[in-house]
Design a binder for this molecule. Structure first.
Ligand code: XMP
Length: 305
């Protein structure tokens, strides 16, 4: 386990030395990794760090507000409302990798503009140890901000949590006094709800996915899952009131894992599952059914795309 008492001052000193008196930029994702990296870098260089949060419209419920609150103490924080641009760029795209690529490219475009505007020479990233292993093994085609270093011509990349596992990053977050919600927040993929919506991304599917993910996170908190999520996986027939509807099928998934490379589906009690079902079908008139995914990783992945 990481010794936070020594890790924090060492990391801050290292960042300070690396960046010296230049400017830096970091993409905040809302997750614990980039939050910790940002807090460390801000401690090292203050407002010469520009933290950029791009609201893609694919984020969890309340995420943007939470970012605003947590990082309110950083005067240089920038929140970019890019929802419409992401939805437009995605258009009717259905292929999972094409969707990831569009999101990645749009993200780079948004971020590049902010980085140039901030006159940043350095890029700070919240890369953690398992990310490096997965990308070296070619498992993940697009990590959060993969591609950024190649596109924007930075003088250097600073990765203060590169040797830590997720649970260690959480410990550092708590040590730094980062909001408990951020410290405990489940990992959330860079492409956001897009990997929890099979096929075309529409405002309606996003609405269903956002509310369903909120319900699942809330209801399954006590199971302390590595990730608990909900995905819109297709359409099926249901009955709402007196009418048959062809509505959305929402799949609920809750897994245990240390680093996301393998995972076990969790056993959830029936009453909790029924409560989740009832809240999700009740939240949106076009949800016809809710299913629970019992598949481990492997053979399934954690996300749906
Ligand atoms: P999978 O679905 O591959 O997920 O079993 C393993 C872990 O990685 C996250 N994940 C992603 N994270 N960009 C990310 O930043 C992605 O494209 C992506 N796909 C999956 C997933 O949430 C899980 O923690």
């Amino acid at each position: 386990m990481v010794d936070t008492e020594t890790f924090v001052p060492d990391a801050v000193a290292e960042i300070d030395e690396e960046i010296d008196d230049a400017n830096a930029v970091i993409a905040l994702s809302g997750g614990v990794d980039s939050s910790v990296a940002a807090a460390l870098a801000y401690e090292a260089i203050g407002d010469r760090l520009t933290p950029v949060y791009v609201d893609t419209g694919l984020m969890r419920k309340g995420e943007t507000d939470q970012i605003r609150e947590t990082f309110d103490y950083m005067d240089s924080l920038r929140i970019v409302d890019a929802k419409d641009r992401f939805l437009e760029a995605l258009g009717g795209t259905t292929d999972p990798e094409a969707k990831r690529e569009i999101i990645g490219e749009q993200f780079i475009r948004e971020f590049e503009r902010e980085a140039k505007d901030a006159d940043a020479d350095y890029l700070v990233q919240g890369t953690i140890y398992p990310d490096r292993i997965e990308s070296e093994g070619g498992i993940k085609s697009h990590h959060n901000v993969g591609g950024l270093p190649e596109v924007v011509d930075f003088e250097g990349i600073v990765e203060p949590v590169r040797d830590l596992y997720k649970d260690e990053v959480r410990e550092v977050a708590r040590h730094l006094g980062l909001d408990e919600l951020v410290a405990e927040r489940m990992p959330f993929p860079g492409p956001g709800l897009a990997v929890r919506i099979i096929g075309e991304i529409t405002e309606e599917k996003l609405e269903v996915a956002r509310e369903a993910n909120h319900v699942v996170e809330e209801e399954l908190e006590e199971y302390e899952p590595w990730q608990a999520l909900a995905a819109v996986i297709g359409k099926a027939t249901g009955v709402k009131g007196d009418n048959r509807v062809h509505g959305w099928v929402v799949s609920v998934r809750s897994v245990e894992s240390r680093d996301g490379m393998t995972a076990r589906a969790q056993e959830i009690d029936w009453d909790t599952l029924q409560r989740i079902q009832s809240r999700i079908t009740g939240a949106h008139e076009n949800v016809a059914r809710v299913v629970y995914d019992v598949t481990h990783k492997p053979p399934a992945t954690i996300e749906y795309e």
